[in-house]
Design a protein around this ligand. Structure first.
Ligand code: PRE
Length: 377
């Protein structure tokens, strides 16, 4: 009996494929027509009308919803073919990033001994012009207005997660990610040369230093005050300048050496492999053949399944999604945008298709960069 049913299904499928091919040929022609006239591929009103008509045609009411799903899928496939037609003419002519030029000006937040400074030295070992500023915002502004060619900012940490300020600045200053590098973050408690652990009443650091050293801090006496500063090395510098043995900083060994501070306790971070990913920011979208990681941000339409539609595009096109993060949209209460990292190069056809198809779902996508992955370890 099963054999018989399968024979029947095979015969129906044979007819379906003939009709499917015919439909695809026509959809391709529509794609060419739209390309010539610069028309949008996605036509939601037409799709709604197609689905409505075909649901009405469906005799068995129990199948109507399936008819709708069937045509949703068919038209998604049809849009994908049309996107290929369009992308054939599209050239991703991004400039390669020039990291080797010794005359580059690169900015980092903090002072000598900051982890951002370490990241800069790792990514740009030969660069002569290093600018340092107090805040992430100042660094981002210098890159945005072209006074610095690149900037180096912390982006995420493997214990405390995303460093939201950097992502928000990349978006608000219309910057791009041109590279990444990872730095081992080994926090120490630093005091003046005459200080002992029991003298400490105030600890200065960047908020990340406190978060990443949470267990150590909770083991200390309750009356110790934690004072956030713009940067860990700035905190070390401040403690050295005050010369007060009651004050300590959470910062690196390099900061201790740079400001003549004593290491009161080494390795106070919770995660023994504490690592921060830094991004190299630029005011241009750059790309070359070696770039294999893409960062982007998107917002979806407010309807059920909208996020799922975007994520399905990655699966359908065989694009590996490596990271997703949501951030509140400042201009709209309790609305979110999603930050993503995925594998690929902007010149890859599956990546180009995925980008087009994401836009077709109604999502707004901003490309934030295509760069070379650095292996963490
Ligand atoms: O009618 C169109 O404009 C088409 O491009 C064809 C088609 C379809 O496959 O039926 C594909 C994409 C559009 O979103 C709507 C319909």
């Amino acid at each position: 009996m099963l054999e018989q049913y399968r024979k029947e299904i095979d015969q129906i499928d044979e007819q379906l494929v003939d009709l499917f091919e015919k439909r695809m040929d026509t959809a391709k022609k529509v794609g060419e027509y739209k390309k010539e006239r610069g028309l949008e591929i996605f036509c939601p009103d037409r799709e709604k009308a197609v689905i409505k008509k075909r649901m009405e045609q469906t005799k068995n009411p129990a199948y109507r919803q399936y008819t709708a799903e069937f045509f949703e899928d068919i038209m998604r496939i049809s849009r994908s073919l049309q996107a290929k037609v369009l992308n054939g003419a599209q050239n991703f002519l991004y400039q390669p990033a020039d990291f080797l030029n010794a005359d580059l000006k690169v900015v980092y937040p903090g002072v000598v001994g900051s982890y951002s400074g370490e990241a800069l030295n790792k990514f740009f070992p030969a660069v002569k012009h290093k600018l340092n500023v107090n805040t992430f915002l100042e660094a981002a502004k210098l890159v945005a207005n072209g006074e610095a060619d690149f900037g180096v900012l912390p982006f995420e940490n493997n214990s405390s997660g995303a460093i939201a300020d950097t992502l928000d600045l990349i978006l608000s200053e219309h910057l791009f990610i041109a590279g990444e590098t990872y730095v081992d973050v080994r926090h120490c408690l630093l005091g003046t040369s005459d200080a002992e652990m029991e003298d400490i009443k105030e600890i200065y650091s960047h908020n990340q230093g406190f978060v990443q050293s949470g267990l150590f801090l909770s083991s200390l006496k309750a009356d110790i005050k934690c004072v956030p500063m713009e940067n860990t090395a700035l905190a070390a510098k401040y403690v050295a300048e005050c010369g007060n043995k009651k004050k300590a900083a959470i910062a690196s060994k390099l900061a201790a050496e740079s400001y003549g501070l004593k290491i009161l306790k080494e390795n106070i971070h919770e995660n023994s492999g504490n690592t921060t990913r830094f991004v190299v920011i630029s005011n241009k979208l750059t790309c070359d053949n070696n770039c294999d990681k893409i960062s982007a941000a998107f917002t979806t339409r407010h309807k059920s399944g909208a996020l799922c539609d975007v994520l399905a595009v990655f699966a359908r096109n065989g694009v590996n999604l490596m990271h997703i993060e949501s951030r509140p949209l400042k201009q709209k209460d309790f609305s979110y945008m999603f930050y993503i990292d995925f594998e690929g190069n902007l010149a890859d056809s599956n990546v180009a298709d995925a980008i087009t198809q994401i836009k077709e779902t109604g999502a707004e996508l901003i490309l934030l960069g295509n760069y070379r992955t650095e292996n963490v370890r």
